[in-house]
Design a protein around this ligand. Structure first.
Ligand SMILES: [Zn+2]
Length: 403
């Protein structure tokens, strides 16, 4: 297919860098790249360009969610489907979820753990144009200790040697990121969020292998001891981070470790739990950690820790395509709307090691979202008022199949 030229003009532009918005801006897309950005009188319509007039709308970089489980459904009971359904069905669910996310303006997702080869093959199907969906970066299978958090979808591995080997194998299969489980969590029965799981030495072996291969690493880490272990092992991001201490915040600043708070996950369990039949063990555990979680995020934010947005979509009641709800929660926690937008654009791209994404600047990949209204006035428009999405320089308008 011949790549066309597209001119987007007249919109309020939020470029993702944190710079103030520009009014009546224009952006030129050629092929899959952004080739010009500026005031609309300075960016001329190239010959044969398709023109979109976007007065009254806001143009932003395609949004990025740094923590989803693309092939998991937001069921109240989190593990039943994974026990009962085949990989073939899960991959179809994942396809629909990636498509829904893309329509919601999320052009890139990082999927942090799926069963078997499901997430890896889904990524390939989207990359190869078999189906349309959000661009995926995937962990393949997560690495957990025997009986550890997420063992029903992950690989149970023990000792530095097994961790090293498992990381190499996931990378060989095509993983973009290695996910390690530093602590227990909410959704595995009999496992405590505060307790440390994989040891520092175990995580270090997996992280070393990932970094040698140029891959990023993420640690599921809720309790303080496990968070500290993961940071000292060299991890790139702390996922959830419910119990941050001053010492941990200092270490995160020194080592430029990201926090991906995933407020949406706990929010849905806490507020929707009993009514929707989420298991009692998950609700009880969430109740114990909610307050610490919000306080940890607020302290990290004030201290200047790097924060990227992620939802943990696919956990109970946390639906794919509602990813921008996390940005509403970040604003409630004290972020300015601009900071929340950065967490889902430039900051997220930095965490993913994909600085060709996440901002509207010349040379970047042409992923953009258009919303009605102004998200700096009302952040909810990012979830409720998406009007157009562009991915790789093309409007998203063709359906799940059909190129
Ligand atoms: Zn998760």
């Amino acid at each position: 297919m011949v790549m066309g030229k597209i001119l987007l003009r007249g919109a309020r532009l939020i470029d993702g860098t944190g710079r103030p918005p520009q009014s009546e801006a224009a952006v030129l897309l050629e092929g899959n790249r952004i080739t010009a950005v500026g005031p609309q009188e300075e960016v001329s319509a190239a010959e044969g360009a398709r023109v979109y007039d976007l007065e009254g709308k806001t143009l932003l970089p395609g949004l990025i969610d740094c923590h989803v489980h693309i092939s998991m459904e937001p069921d109240a009971e989190p593990t039943r489907r994974l026990r009962e359904e085949s990989d073939l069905l899960l991959i179809l669910r994942g396809a629909r979820n990636a498509w829904r996310s893309l329509q919601a303006g999320y052009t890139t997702l990082r999927s942090l753990g799926g069963r078997g080869l499901v997430d890896l093959e889904l990524k390939r199907a989207i990359q190869g144009g078999v189906i349309n969906g959000a661009r995926l970066l995937v962990a393949g299978q997560l690495l957990t200790m025997t009986g550890g958090h997420g063992h029903f979808i992950g690989r149970e591995v023990d000792g530095p040697h097994q961790l090293r080997q498992a990381a190499r194998e996931e990378i060989k299969k095509g993983a973009d990121v290695i996910k390690v489980m530093a602590t227990g969590g909410v959704l595995t029965p009999g496992v405590e969020p505060g307790s440390a799981q994989l040891t520092r030495e175990e995580m270090q072996a997996a992280i070393e292998e990932a970094h040698k291969a140029g891959k990023k690493t993420a640690a599921h880490a809720q309790g303080s001891e496990g968070i500290k272990n993961a940071i000292l092992a060299g991890v790139d991001s702390i996922e959830h981070g419910m119990f941050l201490t001053d010492e941990i915040i200092d270490l995160m600043l020194q080592r430029k470790v990201f926090l991906v708070p995933t407020l949406a996950a706990a929010h849905h369990i806490f507020y929707g739990g009993r009514e929707h039949g989420i298991p009692e063990y998950a609700i009880k555990k969430t109740e114990r950690v909610m307050e610490a979680h919000w306080q940890s995020l607020q302290r990290a934010h004030r201290a200047g820790v790097l924060i990227a947005a992620g939802t943990d979509a696919g956990t109970p009641l946390n639906a794919h395509g509602q990813n921008a709800f996390e940005l509403e929660l970040l604003v409630k926690a004290g972020f300015s709307p601009m900071e929340a937008i950065q967490a889902a654009t430039s900051r997220a791209a930095q965490l993913l090691g994909r600085e060709d994404l996440g901002t509207i600047e010349v040379g970047r990949i042409a992923d953009l979202v258009v919303v009605d209204g102004d998200p700096l006035v009302d952040i909810r428009v990012l979830r409720e008022k998406v009007s157009l999405v562009f991915q790789d320089g093309r409007p998203v308008e063709r359906g799940l199949f059909g190129n």
